[in-house]
Every structure is written in C-alpha cells, then in structure tokens.
Design a protein around this ligand. Structure first.
Ligand code: 5GP
Ligand code: MN
Length: 343
C-alpha cells in the first residue's frame, strides 16, 4: 500500500464533509489544464458512484484536447452559462476546489463561489495556499493534483473502488503536469501509482496520443512561426522570450490550447535555464505570461514579483495589463533582476 500522506484528522474531516453534503460543486482553476480536468472528472465520477448530487463546473472553457476525457461532456462551463449556473453555486452546500491555491484562480467564478459560505475542501499541490479552505489537503511535493487525488480516493474508498474511467482521468493529470514524466517526476511513488492505474486497464500510450497527437496543422505552423520569427534569445542570461500578439494568433486560426507547450520548447536549447512566453489574451484584454525553468530557478517567485501570478518552482504563470511591447520590456527587466541565478 502506498503511504496516504493525508492525516487521520484530515481523512475524518474529509469524510464528514462529503457525507454531510447534499449538493456538491467541484471546481478547478481558470483555463483548466490536464491536471485540473483530470482531477475534476475523476472525482466527479467517484462521487457520482457514491450516489452524491454533484456538479463539476469550470470557470471558463477547457481545451479541445481534453474533451475526450471520460465525463468531460458532463462538465459545465460557468462563463458560457452564468444564468443557469449561478443558482447551482448558490445552492451548493460543499465546494471541492481542485488544483488551485487561492480564490482568485477561479477568476470569473470567484465572486459567485465566495458569496456562498458553504465549506470548501481544497485538494491541491501548489505551494503557499491561501486561507480559504475548511479542509485543506495541500501537498506541494506532489507531481500533480491527480497524484494527490489518487491517494485521497484510495484512503477514502479503498484501492478496489477506483474504476477504469477514473484511472484514465488521474493518469492524464499526472502525465500532463509532468510533461509526460520528463520533469517533477523522479519520485518512485509516481510509478507505483502508475502501476496501479495500469492494473485498472488504462492504455497509457493511447492517453498520450489523445493528448499530444490531436493538434491542428495550424498549431504547428504557428509553432514554427513563433520559433523562427518570435524567439528572442537573451544569451547572457541563458533565457528566452517568446511573444505573440492577437493578430498573429488570428492569422494562424488560433484555438484555445494551440499554444500549450510552446513555452517548454526553448528549455531544450543547450544551457538554457528560463523560458518566458508572453501572449496577448484572445478572450480578455490582457497579456498571459507563462514561465518555465530547469533546476532550482524559482519561476513562481518571478511570477509573483513581476507578473501578478504564481505557480510552481519550474512552471508558473501570471497576467499583465499592458501592451505586448511593455510586457516584453518588463520580462527583460525581470531577467536582469534575476541575473545572479541565470548567468
Ligand atoms: P501556465 O503557464 O501553464 O499557464 O501555468 C503554469 C503554472 O502556473 C500552473 O501550475 C498554474 O497553476 C500556475 N499559474 C498560471 N497562471 C497563474 C496565475 O495567474 N496566478 C497564479 N497564482 N498561478 C498561475
Ligand atoms: Mn496541477
């Protein structure tokens, strides 16, 4: 048996909250990724099989490459359907917050959730959780929320209870949050859990293809363009800045999720330590910032200091309210400030 991590007290609290609740809402961070969606769909399935009245709601749409996840078709999107979902949020007597560490990460859904005083269970692996949970299950050393959720589900209901669909969802989150087990994935526990998920019958190679082999041709043309035309090397600082404006995204028929993973690519350049991707948001009037690093360069610290964001040591993000040119200048300033860790 794998060590549960979750303390007896946490388990008792968790059981109590889930047992007592009549109307549960599961949610995750804005612009959900594979880990957020994997956790959401896995726990949705588990709680439904526990005969719970449960609804899974994302703040905004999730990318097409996650639509195949078992149960994704049951997930509601707040931004698309506020009138119908506001009453659901109001009526909830328990929230389960997956893969985020502060209410602001719910973005357009934050106010509606926070207006309801119902208890919140937070299951997450981001460092420095804010004080908004009634029951906080936070383990920043976990590769993914899905790895943590596997432990929670097994602790609550036992290994045998976990089903095939749930195993697929959990594996997807573990895979996507570790770049298919290429970073943040050197603990042996991860592979023990994968072994257990494989025993449920999952086809990990198929899951990989479902996520990473489903892109449009336009995405690759956009990727080529970004790398050829829009990649600025800051050699002295072993850093790279990528940028994209709205017009460029339109030119390549950009769809949500198309730029997923671009920020990781420059880390493959020999000696590179930091990659920054600045993209004019196509949904709101701001700039989305993504940061990736290797070894111990603290992306989350830089994101908090310069980009109104946060995240993990090697992967963080944020948002800027300025022009793309100003964002590029700010990113260069940030790199210069952190020169001592980059040179
Ligand atoms: P991405 O670059 O994929 O958008 O985000 C990378 C990591 O940073 C994710 O773990 C995500 O949760 C975190 N992150 C992204 N954007 C923000 C943000 O605006 N605020 C905070 N606190 N974390 C973020
Ligand atoms: Mn995650």
């Amino acid at each position: 048996m794998i060590e549960s991590l979750v303390s007896d007290k946490q388990l008792v609290d968790l059981k109590h909250l889930l047992d007592e609740a009549q109307k549960i809402v599961l949610t995750c961070h804005v612009s959900p990724d594979g880990d957020a969606m994997g956790a959401l769909t896995a726990f949705l399935s588990v709680l439904k099989r526990q005969n719970k009245d449960v609804c899974a709601i994302t703040p905004n749409i999730f990318p097409d490459f996650l639509k195949w996840l078992p149960g994704a078709d049951e997930v509601q999107v707040y931004e698309k359907n506020e009138e119908q979902l506001d009453p659901v949020l109001k009526a909830a007597d328990l929230f389960v917050c997956l893969d985020f560490n502060g209410p602001s990460r719910m973005s357009m859904m934050e106010a509606a959730v926070q207006a309801n005083p119902a208890p919140k269970i937070v299951i997450d692996h981001h460092p420095n959780p804010e004080d908004f949970a009634s029951c906080l299950i936070s383990f920043p050393q976990m590769s993914s929320t899905c790895e943590l959720l596997y432990r929670v589900i097994v602790a609550l209901y036992g290994e045998d209870f976990l089903g095939y669909d749930e195993a697929v969802c959990l594996y997807t989150g573990m895979m996507t949050d570790t770049g298919a087990f290429t970073y943040n994935s050197s603990r042996s526990d991860i592979y023990y859990i994968i072994g257990k998920l494989l025993e449920k019958g999952i086809d990990k190679d198929k899951i990989y293809r479902n996520v990473f082999y489903e892109y449009s041709a336009e995405r690759f043309r956009l990727m080529g363009y970004v790398l050829y035309v829009k990649m600025e090397m800051l050699h002295e600082y072993h850093s790279v800045i990528l940028s994209l404006d709205r017009e460029e995204q339109k030119r390549f028929s950009h769809k949500k999720g198309d730029t997923e993973g671009f920020v990781n690519i420059p880390l493959q350049i020999k000696g590179n330590k930091l990659s920054i991707f600045l993209r004019e948001n196509t949904e709101q009037d701001n700039i989305r910032v993504s940061l990736r690093s290797v070894d111990d360069f603290p992306c989350n610290q830089m994101a908090a200091e310069f980009f109104n964001g946060g995240g993990h040591l090697n992967a963080a993000g944020g948002t800027l309210e300025c022009t793309l040119d100003e964002a590029i200048e700010l990113a260069k300033k940030a790199v210069r400030k952190y020169a001592h860790l980059l040179k």
